[in-house]
Design a protein around this ligand. Structure first.
Ligand code: PLP
Length: 349
């Protein structure tokens, strides 16, 4: 039988996915042939999806949550932009995001024919004043990122939510990466901290579910109703999801992982991953590199491109930021001994 990847996470420092929790793996196996996109037929997995949303609500400070398990952060972000566009009156909608926002917003804007205003960040974070300047009467959504893809930084969510509120725009928070770490930090990022309308939070990243299991949450069901499409031949009358047939394995694994880990397991993981990221940041700083972060368990350092290539040749999966820094994500599979051997290889060159 083929192994999924030759390194099986042994040298993976680039991915936001990780080794699934054993309970998540087992649940995924049991639900491989189920489809939560057809709730009339697959009732057990439909109930599990309700449980997944309830747990995601608990994690993100949202009582009475609505939402669903998406194929990933991309789908959740697309859906947020779609709600914002559908509920607004303007014929010339725009969405204001910090430049650090994930490229899924570029896909959303292109597909939905919405103008995307990417606003330069200051110190790797959304610049509230610059975002305010970019907002106008046609702004349908303001986006804040709670754990950016490249630097793991958290935007000033309450201030951005105030901007959205003043503009009558939807406030969306992308916590796809950060959502399972942030509950154990002092950041203001969730529904209880600010007037947030929708959120992306992905169990298949730090939630330790199997792929695919993203998460999309909305403060109220009327927001989700903006997505409803009639489904004449199914037992259910309408569908809000973007994809039709969906992964029951992802749904079941998300519930299994969250039931096993929320909150204590995730708390332990956050501290272990942060300790590792800080250890690596210190090791890199000791060697003279300029390090950005870690604010969440993710850091970037100005290691040269040729050195990054050499490390890649030795099997290390590391990526570059758009500005060319080496980027390391300390996901649950990343251990201290792995980082020690990474630094030893770095010293070797
Ligand atoms: N949002 C953020 C902040 C991300 O970091 C990512 C992926 O890295 C995404 C969205 C997209 O998620 P996915 O790859 O699951 O579609």
């Amino acid at each position: 039988m083929q192994r999924a990847e030759p390194q099986d996470f042994e040298r993976v420092l680039s991915s936001m996915c990780t080794e699934p929790h054993p309970a998540a793996r087992e649940a995924a196996q049991r639900f491989l042939a189920t489809n939560p996109g057809d709730p009339g037929t697959y009732q057990t997995v439909t109930d599990l999806e309700r449980r997944a949303v309830e747990l995601l609500g608990e994690i993100t400070g949202l009582g009475d949550p609505t939402g669903y398990v998406t194929s990933g952060g991309t789908e959740a972000n697309v859906q947020a932009v779609r709600i914002a566009r559908n509920r607004a009156e303007t014929t010339d909608p725009n969405v204001v995001v910090p430049d650090s926002a994930h490229f899924s917003f570029t896909k959303a804007a292109e597909m939905l024919d919405v103008e995307l205003r990417r606003i330069p960040t200051t110190d790797y974070r959304a610049d509230v004043e610059a975002m305010a300047d970019a907002i106008d009467d046609d702004t349908v959504a303001v986006v804040g990122v709670a754990g950016t893809t490249e630097y793991g930084h958290v935007d000033p969510i309450p201030a951005l939510a105030d901007l959205a509120d003043e503009a009558g725009a939807l406030m969306h928070v992308d916590a796809a990466f950060g959502g399972f770490f942030l509950p154990f930090t002092d950041f203001a990022w969730h529904f209880g901290h600010a007037e947030i309308d929708t959120m992306t939070i992905d169990p298949h990243k730090a939630g330790q579910a199997v792929v695919p299991a993203g998460g999309f949450l909305a403060r109220s069901s009327d927001l989700l109703d903006e997505l409803a499409i009639d489904t004449p031949y199914l037992e259910s009358r309408s569908q809000v999801t973007l994809t039709g047939t969906r992964s029951g394995a992802g749904v079941a694994s998300a519930v299994a992982a969250m039931e096993a880990l929320w909150p204590e397991g995730y708390r332990r993981q956050y501290h272990a991953s942060m300790d590792n990221a800080e250890w690596l940041a210190d090791a890199l700083a000791d060697r003279g590199y300029t390090v950005v972060g870690p604010e969440l368990p993710l850091l970037a350092a100005d290691v040269s491109l040729s050195l990054i290539e050499q490390l890649r040749d030795r099997g290390w999966r590391v990526t570059k930021t758009g500005s060319g820094e080496m980027r390391v994500v300390c996901m649950p599979h990343v251990t201290r001994s792995m980082l020690r051997s990474f630094v030893a290889d770095l010293d070797w060159y």
